[in-house]
Design a protein around this ligand. Structure first.
Ligand SMILES: [Mn+2]
Length: 237
């Protein structure tokens, strides 16, 4: 069995979500061969030198899981795209690229965070290209931690304001169709849009599984086993 989660947006300001995740990683996750985290695991990640007690604790949770029988994979999202090899050392999680192809039981699945599917938001796609460049990375990481923290907070506030009152940007279906054309897959698994929903494409005989966001009381995960992929809510027992 393999498990997939995304969009926990873990931060010091969301202790309840951390508690729910702690339960997940100690009860369900150790039963799986692999845990894939599909982006926005952290609400923000401004560089590996930001080793607060909170970050050390979360990395420790992943490390403990990876030292058992479960492989941990981390696909960075738009909030934590600065995760790097140092994080791998501290957490035992292997970083994977977006998109990432896996096969299981003779079926193929494509894993993504999901922001690259929202191509109607062209302003965001330009911004994404810019911040993922080597130059931006070097410049940003050369700033002091306190300045990076301020910039990250400004960016979050700005995105919250621009998002307020508007429907969440969804995946653009022609872009999804292009993905199905490009990759010989049975299903696409992603997060980012927080929908917690399964899309079916009967003409193509394909599916798209969209993970939900985690809160204090509600989590969301995908399970892949011999029966295929299934979407599940997660809550405190
Ligand atoms: Mn996201």
């Amino acid at each position: 069995m393999q498990l997939f989660i995304s969009d926990l947006h873990l931060s010091e300001r969301r202790p309840g979500t951390l508690t729910l995740f702690e339960h997940f990683i100690q009860s369900l996750a150790p039963q799986s061969e692999a845990l894939y985290i599909l982006g926005d695991f952290f609400d923000y990640w401004i560089g590996n030198d930001d080793q607060s007690a909170f970050h050390r604790h979360v990395q420790g949770l992943l490390k403990k899981l990876s030292q058992g029988d479960t492989l941990v994979f981390m696909l960075p999202g738009n909030r934590d795209f600065l995760l790097d090899e140092k994080f791998t050392q501290n957490s035992g999680a292997t970083l994977i690229e977006d998109p990432h192809l896996i096969t299981f039981n003779n079926a193929s699945y494509l894993l993504m965070h999901g922001d690259t599917l929202c191509t109607q938001d062209w302003k965001y796609q330009i911004f994404r290209k810019l911040v993922r460049s080597r130059l931006f990375r070097q410049c940003f990481l050369s700033l002091s931690l306190s300045i990076r923290r301020k910039l990250a907070k400004n960016m979050r506030d700005k995105s919250r304001r621009s998002q307020a009152g508007r429907p969440y940007v969804l995946a653009y279906e022609p872009t999804v169709a292009q993905i199905f054309k490009t990759y010989p897959i049975d299903a696409l698994l992603h997060g980012h849009t927080h929908e917690e929903k399964i899309y079916t494409y009967p003409l193509l005989d394909k599916k798209r599984f969209v993970l939900g966001e985690w809160t204090d009381t509600h989590g969301s995960y995908l399970k892949l086993d011999h029966t295929g992929v299934s979407l599940h809510p997660y809550s405190h027992p």
